[in-house]
Design a protein around this ligand. Structure first.
Ligand code: ZN
Length: 192
């Protein structure tokens, strides 16, 4: 079993990240390392056939099962101009299935992120609203029997020329205002 520290070390290694914009996300239930799941953001022009080998099958499944969304044109192996899903969005799309696999209600859901959640940049999808902060609020509000949601990020999401910083701060404030959510930076002792 891979420990949380090792999982974080692995996912943060330069070899893992396809580009600097790529966002990673780890999910853990009840602080059990055996439950760790990994999610990546999808690049803007997404290939749904040539998915990189080091990305999870879950993500591949999520992409290929959807096929080409309405209004987008597929070339040989790409959907041109399709906005990529954010890592948090991929997590939200898979959350119900992960809960079903776990077979009980977690008392603690921990989410570790390279970047703090966006306010409104990710698309509305699968009944979740626009923006990853709003998606997480909906998740917490949908699963009221989960008492503790803990969201940790390595850096505040800044976007191009730091344009997203005020929005990111608003996201953090929104989430920290929820009674069952705590949000803060990743404990530096976990980032060795
Ligand atoms: Zn986002």
């Amino acid at each position: 079993m891979t420990s949380l520290v090792n999982s974080l070390r692995n996912i943060r290694s330069p070899a893992q990240r396809l580009n600097r914009q790529e966002v990673w996300c780890l999910l853990r239930f009840d602080q059990l390392d055996s439950t760790i799941e990994t999610f990546w953001s999808e690049s803007k022009v997404t290939s749904f056939i040539n998915v990189p080998k080091n990305r999870s099958k879950m993500e591949m499944g999520a992409l290929s099962a959807q096929g080409v969304p309405a209004g987008y044109k597929a070339t040989k192996n790409k959907v041109e101009g399709l906005p990529g899903r954010h890592a948090e969005q991929v997590l939200c799309n898979n959350f119900a299935r992960l809960l079903a696999d776990y077979k009980k209600t977690p008392q603690i859901v921990e989410i570790f992120l390279s970047d703090s959640p966006c306010l409104n940049a990710s698309n509305a999808e699968n009944g979740f609203p626009q923006g990853c902060a709003h998606k997480f609020l909906q998740l917490a509000n949908s699963y009221t029997t989960i008492p503790s949601w803990r969201i940790y990020y390595e850096q505040v999401y800044a976007g191009n020329n730091d344009r997203e910083v005020p929005n990111s701060q608003q996201s953090i404030n929104l989430l920290s205002g929820h009674a069952r959510i705590v949000i803060g930076m990743i404990d530096p002792t976990l980032l060795t």
